[in-house]
Design a protein around this ligand. Structure first.
Ligand code: ADP
Ligand code: MG
Length: 321
């Protein structure tokens, strides 16, 4: 049996807002799941129910076979074994980094508390900042302390609600690399919620996609990439280009090549963007009104160039909406 189970979770706030519709997710011990969804898709509601902080209309949450009670069933909502890390993390403003991390361990044996604090300061590379106050840290460093603090009492499950969404992309990338190393060492069981699939993929290959309160697809990233359930899942990874004859058939930019012998679909390049690994071209296909995104790894094409595009038939994806 799975370690952390959420079965058939449904939640409606009012008659117009079905926030979640029968969501089932199961995590093995040590498994981290990336939960992807756009704003309003129900991610935070789902995590709050998973943590026992919100009452679901239907469904159950089980941790190691034991039911997690919701606020209507339990006097003090929430569980120490399930830690939720928010975007608006709460650190004690007048306590140092070290004190913040040790705080959840106040009732523990003193030498264990110190040992655990030292371990986390080391794992998160925070030793040189141990005596600083939260306001003396950058946003990214503060969030790192918040995650270390959530880990200090060795919870069974960690739930992250878009913890890095307010950081700039350079800070975020650096922090994700650090977290990746720590999580690998600690075998964290949990759910990492984000609207950006590339963030989640730095931490785990296990992905679930939520849209308008419905779980669209879950599985290994390769499965989602190669066999997306619908157009939405496919477009989380790359732009997808509709074929002129329609009927829900699409191509990823990587499947398309500019032919040298004039074969293929004719078009004109309407824009050319320099990106780190390639130029990204927008091509307006002649007589169709369609615009395709394609890649130019050699950086040889320019805006205004006429091109012919070819692709292997086998790369065509048939996708529903
Ligand atoms: P996400 O975290 O993916 O942005 P949320 O779980 O916050 O999504 O919200 C899902 C839906 O439920 C939204 O339509 C939101 O407006 C609604 N919602 C969330 N919390 C409440 C609440 N406490 N009362 C009423 N509606 C809510
Ligand atoms: Mg949210």
């Amino acid at each position: 049996m799975s370690f952390f189970c959420l079965r058939g979770i449904s939640k409606r706030f009012d008659k117009d807002t079905q926030a979640l519709s029968g969501i089932t997710l199961e995590l093995a011990k040590g498994q981290l799941l990336g939960l992807i969804g756009e704003s309003g898709s129900g991610k935070s509601t789902f995590l709050r129910i998973a943590a026992g902080l919100e009452t679901q209309d239907r469904g159950e949450v089980l941790l190691d076979g034991e039911p997690i009670l919701n606020p209507s069933q339990k006097l003090v909502a929430g569980y120490d074994q399930i830690q939720l890390v928010h975007q608006q993390f709460k650190l004690y403003p007048n306590s140092t980094v070290e004190e913040n991390i040790r705080r959840p361990l106040l009732l523990y044996d003193k030498s264990y508390a110190q040992e655990r604090t030292e371990y986390l300061l080391d794992a998160f590379n925070l030793e040189s900042m141990r005596r600083r106050l939260p306001r003396e840290l950058s946003g990214g460093q503060q969030q790192k302390v918040a995650i270390a603090k959530a880990l200090s009492s060795e919870p069974e499950v960690l739930l992250f609600d878009e913890p890095f969404s307010h950081l700039d992309s350079l800070q975020k990338r650096q922090l994700l690399l650090e977290i990746q190393a720590v999580f690998r060492k600690l075998h964290v069981t949990g759910i990492w919620v984000t609207h950006d699939i590339s963030d989640a993929l730095m931490l785990t290959p296990y992905i679930a996609v939520l849209r308008k309160g419905t779980l669209i697809q879950q599985g290994n990233v390769e499965e989602l990439f190669n066999h997306p359930k619908n157009r939405y899942v496919a477009s989380l990874f790359t732009p997808i280009n509709p074929l002129p004859e329609g009927r829900g058939r699409f191509l990823r930019p990587t499947a398309i090549r500019v032919s040298t012998d004039g074969e293929g679909l004719a078009g004109r390049i309407t824009s050319c963007c320099f990106l780190p690994y390639h130029n990204q071209l927008t091509v307006c296909l002649t007589g169709t009104g369609l615009e395709w995104i394609i890649l130019d790894e050699r950086r040889i094409f320019r805006q205004g160039d006429l091109v012919s595009l070819v692709f292997p038939r086998g790369e065509i994806m048939t996708l529903s909406e």
